[in-house]
Write a protein that binds this ligand. Structure first.
Ligand SMILES: *Cc1c(COP(=O)(O)O)cnc(C)c1O
Length: 403
C-alpha cells in the first residue's frame, strides 16, 4: 500500500478513532499484574468505571472482545434449556440469539423489521403470556449497531415490571455506553454488556459485564459450563485489586486515561455532544435526499446513522470509492441489509470539524460514485452546528417530529 498522508478517518461505528491521550497512556512498559502498582491502577479504574455504568454494584472486565462479554452474561446466570427472550432489532441482536442457542439455551427471537427498536408493549404482552414464568432472561441490544436504532431501555424495564415478571434483564451497550445516556442501576438492568472499542475510545480487546445483585444470586444455581468467564473469581480477585488471570494490562492503562477524559468532559456533555453530532448527520442525510434506516425519531441512534442507498446502487461500491479517494472507512451494511445500507459512525473521540470532514467525504463519495443525490448535505449540517437555521430546516424538524 502506498503511503497516504494525513489521518485516516475511521468512521465505522466501532472500533472508533483512538485519541492520542489514550495511545500515549498505553505506551508504557507492562507491569507486574500481581505487584502493588497494579492494585492502584485497578482501584482507580473500578471507581471511575462504575460511574460510567451508573452502578454501585460489580463490574467485571474480561480480556476479550464484546462477544466474550455476551457469553459471560449468559453462562453466569442460566442453565441448559432455560428460556431466553430476545428481539430481532438487527444483526447484533440476531447474533446474540444464535449464541444463546449454541450454548444450549431455549432462545426465542421476536422477529423485527430492522428499522425499529424493541417495542415495550410487545415485551410486556409476551411476558404476560408467560403465565408459568418460564422465561428466565430478556436480552436486548440497547443500540443496534447494524441499523442505527436505539431501544428505550427505561420503558422496557417498565414493561417487565408492568407484567410483574421476574426474568433477568440483560442489555448489550457495546455501541452506546459512554456515548448515549445509560443507567444500569436506575433502569434495573441485571447484566450490562459493554466493550472497549466504541464509546470508550480504546482499541479492541477488553469487554465488560456490570452485574446486579440479582444476577449474581442467579449465578449460584446457574449450571451452564463456564471457567474463563466465571464472575465469582473475578469479583473476589478484583476486590483486592487483582485479577485471577493475566489482564490486558496496557489496555487498562488506556482505559484509565479514557475514563479520566470522560469525567473531564462530563458524561452529560459527552451525551449532548453525541446528540448534536448525530442530529447534524441526519440533517445532512435528509438534504442529500437519502433515507435514514431508522423509522422512529424516538429511536434515532446518536452513535451511528445507517443510510439506505437509492434502489440499484451498491453501498459497498460507494464505501470503496470513499476509502480509495478520501481515505475514510464507512461501516458496511450487515446481514440482511448488506449492499443496501452504509453506516456513518459518529461516536467516541469526535467533534464538529471531524464530522464536517466525514460528511464531506460522504458527499464527495456520492458524487464520485455516481449515486443520485442532492448537494448541500454538508452545508445543512454546518448550518445546524453553527446555530444558523437554514431555509427548509424547520420543515425537516417538523418531519422528524412526526417520525
Ligand atoms: C460491536 C458490537 C458487538 C460485537 O462486539 P465484538 O467486540 O466485535 O465482539 C456486539 N454488539 C453490539 C451492539 C456491537 O456494536
Amino acid at each position: 500500500m502506498a503511503f497516504r498522508s494525513g489521518r485516516h478517518f475511521l468512521q465505522i461505528p466501532g472500533p472508533t478513532n483512538v485519541p492520542d491521550r489514550v495511545l500515549r497512556a498505553m505506551d508504557f512498559p507492562t507491569i507486574d499484574h500481581r505487584g502493588p502498582e497494579f492494585a492502584r491502577l485497578t482501584q482507580e479504574i473500578f471507581e471511575r468505571l462504575k460511574r460510567v455504568f451508573k452502578t454501585a454494584s460489580d463490574v467485571v472486565i474480561f480480556p476479550a472482545s464484546g462477544t466474550g462479554a455476551w457469553e459471560a452474561a449468559l453462562v453466569n446466570t442460566l442453565s441448559p434449556g432455560d428460556k431466553v427472550l430476545m428481539f430481532e432489532t438487527g444483526q447484533f441482536a440476531a447474533q446474540w440469539y444464535r449464541m444463546a442457542l449454541e450454548l444450549g439455551l431455549s432462545a426465542e427471537l421476536v422477529p423485527g423489521d430492522w428499522r425499529h427498536g424493541v417495542d415495550p408493549a410487545a415485551l410486556e404482552a409476551r411476558l404476560r403470556d408467560d403465565k408459568r414464568q418460564e422465561i428466565k432472561a430478556v436480552g436486548v441490544v440497547h443500540n443496534e449497531t447494524a441499523t442505527g436504532v436505539t431501544s428505550r431501555i427505561a420503558e422496557l424495564r417498565r414493561a417487565i415490571d408492568g407484567a410483574g415478571h421476574p426474568a433477568l434483564f440483560m442489555v448489550d451497550t457495546i455501541s452506546s455506553l459512554a456515548s448515549i445516556d445509560y443507567r444500569h442501576d436506575e433502569w434495573g438492568v441485571d447484566v450490562t454488556v459493554a466493550g472497549s472499542q466504541k464509546g470508550l475510545m480504546l482499541p479492541p480487546g477488553i469487554s465488560f459485564n456490570a452485574v446486579s445483585a440479582k444476577a449474581r444470586a442467579a449465578g449460584k444455581t446457574a449450571r451452564l459450563p463456564k471457567a474463563y468467564w466465571r464472575w465469582e473469581e473475578m469479583i473476589k480477585s478484583n476486590q483486592t485489586g487483582y485479577f485471577p488471570y493475566t489482564p490486558a494490562t496496557n489496555l487498562l492503562y488506556g482505559l484509565r486515561e479514557a475514563l479520566r477524559m470522560l469525567e473531564e468532559e462530563g458524561l452529560d456533555n459527552v451525551y449532548a455532544r453525541h446528540t448534536r453530532l448525530a442530529e447534524a448527520t441526519r440533517r445532512a442525510v435528509r438534504a442529500w435526499g437519502l433515507e435514514i434506516l431508522c423509522l422512529d425519531a424516538r429511536e434515532y441512534s446518536n452513535t451511528l446513522t445507517a443510510v439506505l442507498m437509492p434502489p440499484g446502487h451498491d453501498a459497498d461500491k460507494l464505501r470503496a470509492t470513499v476509502l480509495e479517494r478520501f481515505n475514510m472507512s464507512l461501516g458496511m451494511g450487515l446481514g440482511k441489509v448488506q449492499g443496501r445500507v452504509f453506516r456513518i459512525g459518529h461516536l467516541g473521540d469526535f467533534n464538529e470539524l471531524m464530522l464536517a470532514g466525514t460528511l464531506a467525504g460522504v458527499e464527495m463519495g456520492l458524487a464520485a460514485a455516481g449515486v443520485p443525490h442532492q448537494r448541500g448535505g454538508v452545508m445543512a449540517a454546518l448550518d445546524y452546528l453553527a446555530g444558523v437555521e437554514a431555509p427548509g430546516a424547520a420543515r425537516h424538524a417538523a418531519q422528524r417530529g412526526r417520525g
